[in-house]
Design a protein around this ligand. Structure first.
Ligand code: FES
Ligand code: FE
Length: 324
C-alpha cells in the first residue's frame, strides 16, 4: 500500500518512555519503546514466537521482553535471548518486524516500510521567534482526508466558527492562487475576515493565510501575526494526522506562535475551542471516506483547494480513507 511509504505521526514524543507503548497506524498494531540509549524503537505489536502482544511486556536493558515466554529483542529487531534455552543462539530470521521510527515536531513518526523519504515539513520549526507547542491528541470518527480537507477549507469559517474565525456577514471568499507542489498543494493569498483570529485578538481583522498540504494526511497554515509591529514573519499551525483506520483518526496540531505570554493551557484552550467546533460536523459527514471522483460531490470554484487536494490524493495513489 502506498501509505506505508509515508511518515505518519503516532504519539506525542513525551508519551513514549521506557515502557512499551501500544499505538495503531493504518490498521496496524504497533509497539514503541526506548532502547538503553533512550533511542526510539518500533515494531509490529506481535511476537514472532506465538503471536502475543509485545506491548504487554517490558523493557529490560533496552531490549523488549515478550510477556508470554520472555523472548528478548534488540531495537533493530533480532531476538537475543530465549529464557527456556539459555544457551540457544537465535537464528537471524528470529526477529521482530520493525518499522521506521523518528522524532520531529514534538511527535513520534512511523514509516511502516522502514527508513527512507522525508517527513512532512514544518518550516516554522526552526524559527526561534516562534514558540512551538503541540495540542492533542484528538480522536475523531472521521477519515484523515476529510480532516485535512476541513483544515484547508475557509468557507466554513462563517458558519462553524462564527464569532471566532468567521462572520456570516463576511462569508464571501475572494479568489486566490492554488498550485500543485511535490508534496501536495499550496494556496496563497487566502483572506478571511476574522472576529477573533487568535487568543489575544482585540477585534476583527482581515487575516492573510497560506495553506500547504505537506503529505497525504498533513497540512500547514501560516498567517501574519495581528500586530504588524512584530515583524515580517508568519505564525503557523501544523495539522498532523494518524489514520488509525480508514474512518477514524488521531489528530495533533503543532502551533508556532509569536505569543510568548500566554500559558500553554490558554493557547491549547483556544485551539481546543476551534477544533471542537469542527469535530461534530466532521463526524457527521458521509461517506466517511473522501470520494475522489469529482462527480461524487458537488463543488463550486470556492472549493478549488479541496479539489486540488483530492486530485493530489488520486495522482499519488492514496487508497486509505478515500473512495477512489
Ligand atoms: Fe512471545 Fe512466546 S509468544 S515469547
Ligand atoms: Fe474549522
Amino acid at each position: 500500500m502506498n501509505e506505508w511509504t509515508h511518515w505518519l505521526p503516532v504519539a506525542l514524543v513525551e508519551a513514549v518512555d521506557s515502557a512499551p507503548q501500544a499505538v495503531k497506524l493504518l490498521e496496524q498494531d504497533l509497539v514503541l519503546w526506548r532502547d538503553a540509549q533512550g533511542c526510539l524503537a518500533g515494531a509490529h505489536d506481535r511476537c514472532p514466537h506465538r503471536g502475543a502482544r509485545l506491548s504487554l511486556g517490558r523493557v529490560c536493558n533496552g531490549q523488549l521482553e515478550c510477556p508470554y515466554h520472555g523472548w528478548r529483542f534488540d531495537a533493530a529487531g533480532p531476538c537475543r535471548h530465549v529464557p527456556a534455552l539459555p544457551d540457544f543462539v537465535p537464528a537471524a530470521g528470529q526477529r521482530l518486524r520493525t518499522v521506521g521510527v523518528r522524532e520531529a515536531h514534538g511527535l513520534v513518526w512511523v514509516r511502516l516500510d522502514g527508513e527512507g523519504a522525508e517527513l512532512p515539513a514544518f518550516a516554522a520549526e526552526g524559527d526561534v521567534r516562534l514558540r512551538k507547542l503541540n495540542c492533542g491528541p484528538y480522536d475523531v470518527a472521521a477519515s484523515a482526508p476529510r480532516i485535512v480537507e476541513n483544515f484547508l477549507d475557509m468557507t466554513h469559517f462563517a458558519f462553524v466558527h462564527g464569532g471566532w474565525l468567521g462572520d456570516r456577514d463576511h462569508a464571501a471568499q475572494a479568489d486566490h492562487p492554488v498550485q500543485h507542489t511535490p508534496t501536495g498543494v499550496m494556496a496563497t493569498g487566502c483572506q478571511a475576515w476574522q472576529p477573533q483570529s487568535n487568543r489575544l485578538s482585540s477585534g476583527g481583522a482581515l487575516v492573510d493565510y497560506t495553506y500547504e498540504v505537506t503529505g497525504p494526511f498533513s497540512a500547514v497554515l501560516t498567517k501574519r501575526p495581528d500586530d504588524p509591529g512584530l515583524g515580517d514573519y508568519r505564525e503557523a499551525i501544523g495539522l498532523f494526522i494518524c489514520p488509525l483506520t480508514a474512518e477514524t483518526s488521531r489528530v495533533w496540531f503543532r502551533l508556532a506562535v509569536a505569543d510568548f505570554e500566554s500559558s500553554d493551557e490558554a493557547l491549547r484552550a483556544f485551539q481546543h475551542t476551534i477544533f471542537t467546533q469542527d469535530q461534530p460536523v466532521l463526524e457527521s459527514q458521509t461517506p466517511k471516506r473522501l470520494p475522489l471522483d469529482p462527480r461524487a460531490e458537488q463543488h463550486t470554484t470556492a472549493d478549488r483547494v479541496s479539489l486540488a487536494y483530492r486530485r493530489f490524493l488520486r495522482e499519488s495513489g492514496i487508497s486509505f480513507g478515500v473512495i477512489a
